[in-house]
Write a protein that binds this ligand. Structure first.
Ligand code: PLP
Length: 397
C-alpha cells in the first residue's frame, strides 16, 4: 500500500448521487477509509473505482492505493489530507480574485454575546464575508463554474444563463467577469430593486419575470440555454452546489468548532436550494453523534429573499435527515436583523434574521436546552436596507 497524489490516480466511471452519499457517509463515519483503491498501469483505478471517485470529490490530497488488488487497511482522514482544502492565507495576500475567495475561508465563526440567552450560546457563521456577492452563494458560483469548465471539459462559455434571487447571480457574474464570459440572469418578481441594480452593476443582463419564485423559471432558462447554446449551471439541481458545502463549508466548520472547543447541540440555516443546510446535515450527522440540524423557511404567504418553502421544490433536503423545519414571517426576519445589529453590532441579511428568529422560537418553546448553537448567516445586510427601513418606519423600534 502507498499513498498516491490524488492527481496521479485516474478513476473512470459514473457514480449516482445516492451512491456518492452512501460511500461518503461510510468515510465520514469511520473518519477514514478501510481499504485501498487497486490501480493498474498509469494509475488507472481497477478496483474500488467508486471509492476513488468519492475521495476525489471529498477533496483529499492522497489516495491509498495498491497494485492490482485492493487491501484492507485503515487510513484516517487527516493522513489523506482531507482537511488541507482549508488553507487560509496567513498574511492575506492573494494572487487573484478567485484566491481571495477560497483562501479567505473559513468565513468567521463568531460568538454572539448579547444575543445568546439563558445558557445557550450562539455561534454565527458569517457568510457575508465572502468577497463577491457578500454571501454564501460565492461558494457555489465558484465551484459550479470551475467544475463545469474543468471536470466536464466544457469550453469557456461565452454566455451563461441562470435563475437567481440575486446572490447566485452576483457570484456567477463574478466568475463570468473573471473568465471573460457574460451572464444573463432571470429574476422573479419578488427580487428587490437593489438586487436588480446590483446585478446590472456587475454587468449582468437582467430579465425580470412575473413569476414569484426562482424555481418557477428553471424550465424557461433551460429552454433558452438549449436554443442559444448557453451554459446553464442550474444551482437547483447541480450537485456541485451540495458538494462545495461538504468539501469546504462543513469541513471548515468542523475545524472552527474544534478551535472553539465546542460541539454544537444544533446547526440552523435557511433553505433555498437546500444546498448548504443539507450538506451540513449530512456531514455533521455522520461525523458527530447527536448534532441536530434545523432548516428555516418562510411561513405560507411570506417572502424572505433567498429562502422558500420545502414544497416549492428542492433537491438535497430529501437525501438527508433534518430535525425540523421552522417557519418564520418576513417581519420576524427583520426583527431578527434588528436584534442582532443592536445587540452584537453586526448587520446581517434577511435570511440570517430569519435563522435567528427561528432559533428564538425554539428557545421560547423550550425546545432547546443549554449548550452551543451554530447559526449560518448567509449574507450581509446592506442589500436589504429598503426592507429594513420600511419596517422601521411602520414600527417604532
Ligand atoms: N439566504 C440567502 C440570502 C440566499 O441567497 C440563499 C440562497 O440563494 C439562501 C439563504 C439559501 O441557501 P441554499 O440555496 O444553500 O439553500
Amino acid at each position: 500500500m502507498y499513498l498516491s497524489r490524488v492527481d496521479d490516480v485516474v478513476c473512470r466511471g459514473d457514480l449516482s448521487f445516492e451512491r456518492f452519499l452512501e460511500i461518503a457517509s461510510g468515510i465520514l463515519r469511520r473518519g477514514g477509509v478501510d481499504r485501498t483503491v487497486a490501480v493498474g498501469d498509469n494509475g488507472l483505478a481497477v478496483d474500488n473505482v467508486e471509492l476513488c471517485a468519492v475521495l476525489k470529490r471529498l477533496g483529499v490530497q492522497h489516495i491509498p492505493v495498491s497494485r492490482g488488488v485492493s487491501e484492507e487497511i485503515y487510513i484516517p482522514l487527516e493522513v489523506l489530507g482531507f482537511f488541507d482544502d482549508i488553507n487560509p492565507s496567513r498574511f492575506r495576500v492573494f494572487r487573484d480574485s478567485e484566491e481571495l475567495l477560497y483562501r479567505n475561508w473559513p468565513t468567521p465563526l463568531v460568538r454572539l454575546v448579547r444575543a445568546s440567552i439563558g445558557g445557550r450560546i450562539i455561534w454565527a457563521k458569517l457568510e457575508g464575508f465572502n468577497p463577491w456577492s457578500m454571501s454564501i452563494k460565492d461558494r457555489i458560483g465558484w465551484y459550479m463554474y470551475r467544475r463545469a469548465v474543468e471536470v466536464f471539459g466544457k469550453s469557456q462559455p461565452s454566455l451563461l444563463v441562470e435563475s437567481t434571487s440575486t446572490n447566485t447571480g452576483l457570484a456567477i457574474a463574478s466568475m463570468a467577469n473573471i473568465h471573460g464570459s457574460r451572464l444573463r440572469a432571470y429574476i422573479p418578481s419578488t427580487v428587490s430593486q437593489t438586487g436588480e441594480a446590483l446585478l446590472k452593476i456587475f454587468g449582468v443582463d437582467v430579465v425580470r419575470s412575473s413569476k414569484q419564485l426562482t424555481v418557477e423559471l428553471i424550465e424557461d432558462v433551460e429552454t433558452v440555454a438549449r436554443s442559444e447554446g448557453a451554459l446553464h449551471l442550474n444551482q437547483f439541481y447541480n450537485d456541485a452546489n451540495f458538494e462545495v458545502h461538504l468539501r469546504y463549508t462543513a469541513k471548515e466548520l468542523e475545524l472552527q468548532i474544534r478551535e472553539a472547543g465546542i460541539v454544537p447541540k444544533a446547526i440552523m440555516g435557511g433553505l433555498g436550494t437546500s444546498g448548504h443546510v443539507s450538506a451540513l446535515a449530512f456531514y455533521f450527522k455522520n461525523r458527530f453523534r447527536g448534532v441536530r440540524v434545523y432548516g428555516v423557511v418562510p411561513t405560507q404567504g411570506s417572502t424572505i429573499q433567498g429562502i422558500r418553502r420545502v414544497e416549492s421544490g428542492m433537491k438535497w433536503v430529501h437525501h438527508v435527515e433534518l430535525d425540523g423545519v421552522i417557519e418564520v414571517t418576513s417581519s420576524e426576519a427583520v426583527e431578527g436583523i434588528i436584534d442582532i445589529v443592536r445587540g452584537d453590532g453586526i448587520l446581517v441579511g434577511l435570511s440570517s434574521g430569519a435563522v435567528y428568529a427561528a432559533y428564538k422560537k425554539l428557545v421560547d418553546e423550550d425546545r432547546i436546552d443549554e449548550g452551543n448553537y451554530v447559526l449560518i448567516f448567509p449574507d450581509h445586510g446592506f442589500k436589504y436596507i429598503e426592507q429594513i427601513s420600511k419596517y422601521l418606519q411602520m414600527d417604532s423600534r
